[in-house]
Design a protein around this ligand. Structure first.
Ligand code: PXL
Length: 277
């Protein structure tokens, strides 16, 4: 196996089981070297906590990039998650342009919204910048809310295949090469992932687990990235990430005090088994 190195760019939420505290252990467990570029440090994530601190690291990003360039450090994949501002998106594009190996895979999780609304702190200017970043990605991994914001589409909770296919077409028109569309549900009790790769659609349907947990988008995107960079194809990676995320939700369900994230740690072994199969 050739040894691959990923750069992931997202915040550190000190507490909350999301972003870097999820991406680093999951990608490492997949057997891939994971370099990190923290975009901000928050005391907690922003969903359900009040009064969190926010240390913006935007100004460090170009300096870190310049050092990487000087050292000749390049990556086989760059995976972005939660980013703090439109300015950070410009800097991420500089990393895409200057620190990518020739066949570097660019994976963008436009982590900015869920359940019909933007997360605290984001506005339409951020959404516009995220459209540009998605246009440079090999894989974008939006949920339905994010996909609607990115494509200026009305958010619906009930829809059919033509609604989803129309959104995918608009994401491709932004420039995204492939789309991994999470949380797409065509029947009650089920949900799934639409994988649109090289112009072909595939769908992985699985049970909808009630009792949703926060942070599962980051778990999903990190496991997808790890599997893809370990050589699984996009559909296999989407499937592994979905099965792993469900294991995490099952491990957390019924835990009223654990509302802020999913217990992904005890089931990392199952992810490793799936990756090695
Ligand atoms: O899980 C996405 C995420 C990442 N980072 C921060 C967040 C969120 C979602 O709320 O607030 C800081």
């Amino acid at each position: 196996m050739s040894y691959k190195k990923i750069l992931t760019v997202q915040d550190i939420s000190c507490v909350g089981q999301c972003s870097l505290t999820v991406a680093l252990p999951i990608i490492s467990a997949c057997g891939v070297e994971c370099a990190v570029l923290p975009s901000a440090v928050l005391s907690t994530h922003t969903y359900g906590f009040n009064g969190f601190t926010f240390r913006d690291l935007t100004d460090d990003m170009p300096k870190i990039k310049d050092h990487f360039v000087k050292e000749g450090i390049k990556f086989d994949a760059i995976y972005t998650g939660y980013l703090g501002s439109a300015k950070q998106i410009d800097y991420v594009i500089d990393f895409f342009n200057q620190t990518a190996n020739d066949d570097c895979v660019k994976i963008v999780d436009p982590a900015m919204a869920d359940n019909g609304s933007l997360y605290t702190g984001f506005d339409i200017d951020f959404v516009k910048a995220m459209r540009t970043l998605c246009g440079k990605a090999d894989y974008v991994l939006p949920n339905l809310t994010e996909a609607c914001f990115l494509t200026d589409t009305e958010y619906k909770t009930e829809y059919d295949k033509s609604y989803i296919d129309g959104i995918i077409e608009k994401l491709i028109a932004l420039g995204a090469k492939n789309v991994i569309f999470t949380g797409v549900s065509y029947r009650e009790g089920k949900t799934g992932i639409v994988v649109f790769e090289n112009g072909e659609y595939a769908y992985y349907e699985h049970d909808f687990l009630p009792g949703s947990c926060h942070g599962t988008g980051d778990i999903y995107a990190s496991a997808f990235t790890g599997a893809l960079i370990r050589g699984k194809n996009a559909f296999e990676s989407a499937q592994i990430a979905a099965d792993y995320t469900m294991e995490c939700i099952r491990a957390t369900a019924d835990e009223k005090d654990h509302w802020y994230g999913a217990k992904f740690e005890p089931v990392l072994g199952k992810l490793i088994e799936m990756i090695n199969q």
